[in-house]
Ligand binder design. Structure first.
Ligand SMILES: [Mg+2]
Length: 192
């Protein structure tokens, strides 16, 4: 098997950001919404003012990014790290506590058993495209429609991670698990 440079988005692919966001909003506003009902990217269950308040709370929560749950808690990436070169690219915003990189690295070590995680933080999601090109990634997976559409438009090998809020995306292969993603990338590119 060839060593592949396999890219990962974090939130909505590995880390359950939406679950935590909706949980915080429910606590703050006394609502009873579910992340599985989120039909669009913008948390349409809540008002714009409510969404802004949750973001303000996130920014002041110490090490918020290090404390998220895993979407697939039983899946680790130590075998991927042993065989390939995983690279984690995120456009997370700064929060209180450690740097975004350190929080994300701690999370990957603790939850996914990645011993030396390469984490790159971009200030805007649109910068994932030039970064993926510069790094010559073999593949990338994201949950955001715009990102996947941008990458696909220039012929990059990109996958959409299945989420209730990205069902409209049809331009990229849809995968329902990380193992499905890895297997597909290995099958397509692992022996070239
Ligand atoms: Mg994401």
């Amino acid at each position: 098997m060839r060593n592949l440079r396999i890219g990962f988005d974090c939130d909505g692919v590995l880390c359950d950001f939406s679950g935590r966001f909706v949980q915080m909003a429910n606590q703050m506003f006394g609502t009873n919404c579910r992340a599985s009902d989120q039909a669009t990217w913008d948390y349409e269950q809540f008002s714009k003012a409510q969404v802004d308040k949750v973001w303000a709370e996130i920014r002041t929560t110490r090490d918020f990014w290090a404390k998220l749950d895993a979407i697939e808690p039983d899946v680790t990436l130590d075998d991927v790290e042993a065989l390939h070169t995983p690279i984690f690219i995120t456009s997370r915003v700064p929060v209180a506590g450690d740097s975004i990189e350190m929080q994300t690295q701690s999370w990957l070590l603790e939850k996914k058993f990645v011993t030396f995680p390469t984490v790159l933080v971009v200030p805007h999601y649109s910068l994932k495209l030039p970064l993926m090109q510069a790094l010559k990634l073999d593949s990338y997976i994201d949950d955001k429609a715009e990102t996947v559409e941008q990458l696909q438009a220039v012929g990059l090998n990109c996958y959409i991670y299945d989420q209730p809020y990205n069902q409209a995306v049809t331009c990229a292969p849809r995968v329902k698990s990380i193992s499905e993603y890895i297997k597909d990338v290995e099958a397509k590119l692992g022996t070239i």
